[in-house]
Write a protein that binds this ligand. Structure first.
Ligand SMILES: N[C@@H](CCC(=O)N[C@@H](CS)C(=O)NCC(=O)O)C(=O)O
Length: 222
């Protein structure tokens, strides 16, 4: 029996960890002082995660239990560590799930338009080839073409972040006075951008910038 939580975590060259949902889970674990270990996995190392019968990370493994998808991992953590009260009400669950969808279906694709062209720079040669092939297939155009619409994407992102900028004007965290599940779910967006690119996503959102810096500082993340 292992008894330690293992997180399969996407990694680039020089061990750069950049996956947004992986960061969401790691922040939750670090913040709640839950012991875990990460297993780095590159895009082209799918053989390492064959046991999960799917191809995406994060994956949480605990003894014989295998949980895929960050939302399901949060729900598992909520059950396993009841004292954390991660999902302490139906309202928290609904709002957090909304945020999970808003992030994965809206914010991440928008941020991708801004930083996508920088991602190959943090990958090894083999992963770079995989990334360019898979993403250009998905986009239906060369990755470099993202550069042409960057300022438009930045405007769209600013409009999409405005609600959070306003929430964080009156509340230190999205969850209220202490960080909670909605903060963990929102966090990976920005860690992803920081790890892959030098683009500043906080040009006109100082409250989100402060929130992000505070979350990193209080959890010793650099
Ligand atoms: N909705 C899923 C998304 C998982 C996902 O897309 N993971 C990406 C990394 S951020 C991945 O594993 N990509 C592997 C690939 O594209 O081959 C979650 O929140 O866990």
């Amino acid at each position: 029996m292992n008894n330690k939580i293992l997180i399969y975590d996407l990694c680039g060259r020089d061990d750069i960890r950049f996956s947004p949902p992986c960061w969401n889970i790691k922040l939750c674990l670090i913040h709640n002082k839950i012991d875990f270990e990460t297993i780095p996995i590159k895009f082209t190392e799918k053989s390492k995660i064959l046991f999960s019968s799917q191809k995406l990370v994060p994956i949480l493994k605990y003894n014989e239990e295998v949980i895929c998808d960050s939302w399901d991992i949060f729900c598992w953590l909520n059950e396993k560590f009841k004292e954390l009260k991660l999902i302490f009400s139906d309202q928290t669950k609904i709002f957090s799930k909304y945020l999970y969808f808003y992030t994965s279906k809206h914010l991440l694709p928008l941020i991708f338009q801004i930083i996508g062209n920088d991602i190959p720079k943090i990958l090894d040669e083999e992963d770079k080839k995989y990334f360019l092939y898979s993403r250009e297939k998905r986009l239906g155009k060369p990755l470099e073409s993202l550069l042409q619409n960057k300022s438009e994407a930045k405007n769209k992102l600013f409009n999409s972040l405005l609600i959070f900028e306003k929430i964080l004007k009156d509340n230190k965290f999205i969850n209220g006075i202490e960080p909670g599940l909605p903060d963990f779910i929102f966090f990976g967006n920005f860690m992803w951008a920081e790890k892959c690119s030098s683009e500043n996503l906080f040009e006109n959102t100082p409250n989100i910038n402060n929130w992000y810096s505070e979350l990193k500082a209080m959890n010793d993340l650099n």
